[in-house]
Design a protein around this ligand. Structure first.
Ligand code: HMG
Length: 433
């Protein structure tokens, strides 16, 4: 008997910055009732990128964490895709820097994908399709979703900010999530719900329009997927959503529940909330603590589900809804594989959250400002190296002659060695001994 191959996620790991802001502090400064953020949006804290972090450093940290926790032969990686909407350059992909820093084989295709938050799913689906073709030749793809979400201070989007990255290996016969091989359900609808012009570091958003567009995409893709796959509501043990803020996942779930369950058998709000707790909440706890990480947000939720459900996730079908403003939406599903040792203790989420340091409101503002300044000046500026911490293996140090300068740690080192480096200007990436 021949067994059909499956394709999907073989390994997954996460990285969250060391710094966090408790949203009660922000609410106080914004003159807002803290319950609005906690209950109205479902958020407790946001992750804040340090002055030396950007989407590239977050991606490298997530990849390092992946290679540390799983036994992966780097030579077997034939494709690296970085999904990001907050890249560091308009032409050169984040993927090419990452490729060098984590020392992948040169026989590897590297590129970034962009479509707001959908960029991560585009990368995953492309990678899985590549693995399934003769071009993949049994090799694996490394897919990284990385972003720093930024809105203007004092704007409604501010409390939904976040920062982080998720790295995954996509391969044949995956150990974690085998994607269901059924007709895809993708929906594109061009609109101006959220965008970031090239001259801005902060996104602009039409909040209510973005919520409607998210729900419209969900309606379209869920029904399309249902028709194509034949899977019904009860086939999904868990449902994961793109999470710009956790209450949005509730709105999405409610929308589907009303159509699929309430209208059919007349269930009410009590059943809605019970089923939400069972099917969605196990995947939401990390988003509540981290905020929106754009491309990685849905996959952070997957990581959180694996951590929370542990062995109970094994064998369960998960429905996933991905939405990217602008807009593109996709609903798809997969089955968690049977051996929980593939994810238990390997996702890195608890460790990442446990080492976080809480910022004051003033520090949050200062970090934002320093981070932006570091990305604008055309001079190498070691004076702004303020936050290298022992969990960080790569740091963005400034710009010189339009080149971004990165310090890459070799083993454990003191910050002082950064300054002792003889000629750090030779290459934009230099090793801190
Ligand atoms: P807002 O105008 O400040 O908030 O912005 P609101 O007045 O709509 O209130 C929010 C919720 O808090 C409401 O609940 C209030 O009732 C509740 P809802 O009615 O929606 O269920 N509330 C309270 N609850 C308890 N106690 C209180 C209290 N006061 C009020 N005292 C908005 C909210 C989401 C628009 C804003 O945060 C925003 O603009 N966020 C950014 C955009 C966004 O996240 N859009 C989501 C869909 S688009 C998407 O997901 C794509 C995205 O990730 C980007 C990409 O694709 O790259 C964003």
């Amino acid at each position: 008997m021949t067994t059909l191959s499956t394709f999907g996620i073989d390994a997954i790991s996460t990285y969250v910055p060391k710094f966090t802001l408790n949203l009660d502090k922000l609410a106080k400064r914004r003159n807002v009732n803290p319950e609005k953020y906690r209950i109205g949006l479902g958020l407790n804290r946001m992750s804040v990128a340090g002055p030396q972090e950007d989407s590239l450093t977050l991606a490298v940290e997530a990849a390092q964490s992946l290679f540390k926790r799983y036994d992966i032969d780097k030579e077997s990686v034939g494709m690296l895709i970085v999904g990001t909407e907050t890249p560091i350059d308009a032409a050169k992909p984040v993927a090419s820097y990452v490729h060098r820093m984590i020392e992948l084989s040169p026989w590897c295709r590297t590129f970034d994908t962009k479509h707001a938050c959908y960029g991560g799913t585009a990368a995953l689906r492309l990678a899985a399709n590549w693995c399934a073709t003769p071009a993949g030749r049994g090799r694996k793809a490394l897919v990284i979703m990385t972003d720093i979400a930024r809105y203007d201070t004092e704007s409604p989007g501010e409390p939904t900010q976040g920062a982080g990255a998720v790295a995954m290996i996509v391969s044949e016969n995956p150990s974690i999530l085998a994607l269901d091989d059924v007709p895809e359900a993708v929906y594109t609808y061009e609109n101006m719900d959220f965008w970031r012009p090239l001259y801005r570091s902060k996104a602009i958003v039409e909040g209510q329009q973005s919520i409607s567009s998210y729900l419209h995409g969900l309606d379209q893709t869920y029904m399309q997927y249902k028709e194509g796959s034949g899977y019904d509501w009860d086939d999904y043990s868990y449902l994961l959503f793109h999470v710009p803020f956790p209450k949005m996942a509730y709105k999405g779930f409610k929308r589907l529940f009303q159509k699929e369950v309430m209208r059919v058998n007349g269930h009410g709000t009590e059943e809605l909330n019970e089923e939400f707790e069972r099917k969605v909440e196990p995947g939401l706890w990390a988003n509540t603590e981290i905020g929106n990480i754009y491309t990685g947000s849905l996959y952070l939720s997957l990581a959180a589900l694996l951590v929370r459900a542990q062995k109970d996730a094994a064998g369960q079908r998960i429905g996933l809804y991905s939405y990217g403003s602008g807009s593109c939406a996709e609903f798809f599903s997969g089955v968690v594989q049977n051996d929980p040792s593939a994810w238990i203790g390997r996702v890195g989420l608890n460790e990442g959250l446990a080492r976080r340091v809480s910022l004051s409101y003033e520090e949050y503002l200062r970090f934002r400002k320093e981070n932006e300044l570091l990305s604008q000046i055309d001079s190498y500026s070691p004076d702004v190296v303020t936050a290298w911490n022992r969990h960080q293996s790569v740091a963005f140090c400034g710009i010189r002659n339009h080149e971004r300068i990165y310090g890459l740690r070799e083993g454990i080192s003191a910050r002082k060695s950064l300054y002792e480096e003889k000629d750090p200007y030779e290459s934009p990436i230099y090793v801190v001994k």
